[in-house]
Structure formats: structure tokens, C-alpha cells
Design a protein around this ligand. Structure first.
Ligand SMILES: O=C(CO)[C@H](O)[C@H](O)COP(=O)(O)O
Length: 445
């Protein structure tokens, strides 16, 4: 068997320890012997752990090859990277429904790159604080999302539940957002309740979930792990959705760090949907690919496909509101001709409705959802649970609070109230600007 001590591909560095190569090792023993596996991941910032299969099983079954061979075995547009072992197993579990239990995953420890360690520590700290502030052992129904961060949330819940007597434990049911989520619940010794077994009039006390990106209004992009449909069902059924993420997900606007919007589509409608998305301004939407072992697109828990549709950075509702206020002021002070010219120059005509490629989060979400064949869109926007209930509705899609684990070990918490406060500050600035503008005389062009 070739050893990979020489001739490394420029994209990857050599393994830290010499590794023994077995002819047919079990995947588990293979992993134990190779704590520094090389894995493939999608470029453009997709998160390796949830966004894309790591070719886990096929990679393992093939045994370890030289990095060059591995590189050649990968589809085009993939790069090689190092990933924590826990993540590999998690991904195997998610993608290939492999035999590994959450328990086994947690038992195996591995060396992580310093960056991966920081990110994992950030997720863990955020999960712990979110659970400490929003989970009570007296609750009856708790939603559990999907992804790698949620594993830390479940760990923290498990720790709280350790002191709860078994008869009380039996009263608490955990509603998963898909297959991986159910496995994580079961592995922690908690009791899963399928979403469709939840009586229609019952609300979840709380739902915890991760996100791929969160903007300053707490709109989220989700679906990196392809579970967006059930995640939305659960979020909308919860009195409050608590989002847990690491610092990389904290952005002012959506589609800043995360490249595209995940959209779940009926396989038969995929070409129609791709065309419609291009018409909305998405440059090069793609159907998410599946495991190498099983050629073809990836399938969701509903047996649907995922389209990843890139769009330019999205505007928030308040971006649009502010611009409308500025425009209405300008209308009262300028002639229509000069106003239109100015608006055109600033690219604000059709603000948020796709004009000039600028979409507002809610508008784009609605437009994508209206495409025939689309089951769900990975944008979580509109009301949060509290706002929805105040309006006599049930749940909302947006989190009421987001816990970002930071690189320095701290946790940054953003609530809907904070977001509103920031918006009011911004609005006050616009009011001030408007006042100044109304005092000034704007000359005709
Ligand atoms: O939406 C999701 C899955 O569909 C996940 O919550 C999201 O991708 C975040 O995952 P992670 O916690 O692994 O970063």
C-alpha cells in the first residue's frame, strides 16, 4: 500500500504521525489510527461539517491513499482540508446513516487544528449558556435542531437531566428536526417525539437550533445540513426558537460569509426551479451533490433535492424602510425628475424587490417559496415566536435570541429586543438626516 510520507499535494500538509495502513480495517479502527485524516470539502465557505459530505464511507472503504490519489478521486471544485475526527463521524452519521452512535462519536478524541478547537469551544460555550438560560427540566416539549452545534446543546441538556428522577424524565419529549437530530436525542438517553406525533394544538416550550448565518435583525439562513424543512416546522411550532452558533455566523446582513440560500425542491421540478431562481437574479444556482459512493444529487429526509442559490447580500426590512423614508423626504423637497435621477444613481429604485439585484430578506423568501416545486426556503424571517403570539398567531420563524460563541471563549447574546434597540438608533440617525435635509435647499440638476 502506498504511504503518504512523500509527494504531498500542495493543498495539504503531511500527517503529523506515521500511520499504519490496514488492508481492510474497520472504519472505526481506521479512524483511531488516523487522527489527522484528510477530507474533502466544498469551497466558498460551506461548513465542512454540515454543508457537504466528506466522502466519509467511500473514503474509508478505499483505505488511505496518497493525497494525490485522494485529490483525483474527488469531484471537481473540492479542496482538501483537515477536520476534527468528531466531525467526520458526525457527518458519516448524517450522510450515510452509518452505524456510529453519538456515544461512540463522543468517546473518540482526536487532535484538532487550533482553529477547529476554537470553533468547537465557541459552539460548546454558546450551547451551554443557551441551555442554562432557556431550558427547564419541568418543560414538556423541546425542539432539537440539526447540525454540529446542536450536539453541544444536547450535551448541556443531558447534564441538567442527569439530576431529574426517571418518572419526571418520561414527561419530557424532544422533537427532532430530522434523522441526525433524532439520533443525537436518542444517544443522549432522551425521548424523541416525531413532529407528526405532536398534537396540533401543542406548542413546544422551546426549540434550540443552529444557523449558517444570522443578520442584525436575527433573520437566519439555515439548511447547510439540508434539514431546513423540518427545522422550519419545529421553529414555527415553538413558543421561542433559541439559536446557537459560533462567531463565524454573526453577520450584519445575510449572504455575507455564507454563499447561498439552501432551497428544498421536488426532484421533478428541479430544472424549473433552477430556471426560476436564475430569473430572480441568482447567479449559478446548483443542485447539491450527494456522496461519491452514491452518485447523483443529495436527498433530504423528505427525499427531495437541495438547490444552493447564490444571491447578492440581502437587505433587511429596515434597510428598505429607511430608504423609503429618505425617498419620501426627497419627494417633498425635490422635483420628481431630480428625485428619480438621484434614486437611479443610488441604485435604490425598486429597493428590496430585486431591482439592481437587491433583495430584501422577506421579499426574496416569499418569491422563492412561490416557485412551483419548492418545498421550503432556508431563510428564517418574519416574526419570532413572541411577536407571533402577541399577534394571536402561533409561532414564528426567527429566533427570539441568538447565542454566538466567540473566539475568545465568551458568549455574545443577541435578543430580538437588542435588534429592535439598534434599529431605533439607526432610525433616529435617519430622522436626524431627514431633518437636516429638509432644512437644506436641494438645487435642481
Ligand atoms: O440548518 C442547519 C441544518 O440544516 C444547521 O442548523 C446549520 O447548518 C448549522 O450547522 P452547524 O451547527 O453544524 O454549523
Amino acid at each position: 500500500m502506498p504511504r503518504c510520507s512523500q509527494h504531498f499535494h500542495p493543498l495539504i500538509s503531511p500527517p503529523s504521525a506515521p500511520h499504519r495502513v490496514h488492508r481492510n480495517p474497520s472504519p472505526l479502527s481506521f479512524l483511531r489510527n488516523h487522527p489527522d485524516l484528510y477530507l474533502a470539502r466544498r469551497p466558498l465557505g460551506s461548513s465542512v461539517n454540515t454543508a457537504w459530505p466528506l466522502h466519509g464511507q467511500s473514503f474509508l472503504q478505499r483505505n488511505f491513499r496518497t493525497p494525490r490519489q485522494v485529490q483525483l478521486a474527488l469531484p471537481r471544485r473540492t479542496t482538501l482540508t483537515r477536520t476534527p475526527l468528531k466531525t467526520i463521524l458526525y457527518t458519516n452519521q448524517l450522510r450515510s446513516r452509518s452505524i456510529y452512535s453519538h456515544h461512540q462519536v463522543r468517546r473518540i478524541t482526536t487532535k484538532q487544528s487550533p482553529m477547529a478547537e476554537i470553533v468547537e469551544a465557541a459552539k460548546k460555550a454558546a450551547g451551554k449558556q443557551a441551555v442554562a438560560e432557556h431550558f427547564l427540566p419541568t418543560m414538556n416539549f423541546v425542539g432539537i435542531g440539526s447540525g454540529t452545534t446542536i450536539v453541544y446543546v444536547v450535551d448541556a441538556i443531558k447534564a441538567v437531566m442527569a439530576s431529574v428522577p426517571p418518572e419526571k424524565k418520561a414527561n419530557m419529549l424532544f422533537v427532532p428536526t430530522g434523522y441526525q437530530s433524532r439520533r443525537v436525542i436518542e444517544a443522549a438517553g432522551l425521548i424523541p417525539l416525531p413532529f407528526d406525533s405532536l398534537p396540533a394544538d401543542i406548542m413546544l416550550d422551546v426549540a434550540f437550533d443552529g444557523a449558517d448565518e444570522v443578520d442584525e435583525e436575527l433573520n437566519c439562513i439555515k439548511g447547510g445540513g439540508a434539514c431546513l424543512f423540518q427545522e422550519k416546522l419545529v421553529a414555527e411550532r415553538a413558543r421561542k426558537f433559541i439559536c446557537v452558533a459560533d462567531y463565524r455566523k454573526d453577520q450584519e446582513r445575510l449572504l455575507t460569509g455564507w454563499p447561498s440560500i439552501p432551497i428544498e425542491v421536488a426532484p421533478i421540478a428541479v430544472n424549473t426551479a433552477l430556471r426560476a431562481l436564475r430569473a430572480l437574479g441568482s447567479k449559478n444556482p446548483v443542485v447539491r451533490d450527494g456522496l461519491m459512493a452514491k452518485a447523483g444529487p443529495m436527498k433530504t429526509d423528505q427525499d427531495f433535492f437541495i438547490i444552493d442559490a447564490p444571491f447578492p447580500q440581502l437587505l433587511t426590512m429596515n434597510d428598505v424602510n429607511r430608504e423609503q423614508r429618505r425617498t419620501s423626504l426627497a419627494m417633498s423637497t425635490e422635483s420628481t425628475v431630480s428625485l428619480l435621477k438621484k434614486a437611479e444613481l443610488q441604485g435604490i429604485t425598486g429597493m428590496g424587490g430585486g431591482g439592481g439585484g437587491k433583495w430584501e430578506v422577506n421579499t426574496l423568501s416569499r418569491r422563492i417559496k412561490a416557485i412551483t416545486g419548492v418545498l421550503e426556503v432556508g431563510i428564517f424571517s418574519g416574526f419570532n415566536g413572541t411577536e407571533a403570539q402577541e399577534k394571536g398567531l402561533k409561532g414564528g420563524q426567527k429566533p427570539v435570541a441568538v447565542y454566538f460563541g466567540m473566539a475568545d471563549g465568551s458568549v455574545k447574546k443577541r435578543t430580538a429586543g437588542d435588534a429592535m434597540h439598534d434599529i431605533r438608533l439607526e432610525d433616529a440617525k435617519v430622522d436626524e438626516e431627514v431633518r437636516r435635509m429638509s432644512l437644506a435647499t436641494v438645487p435642481e440638476d
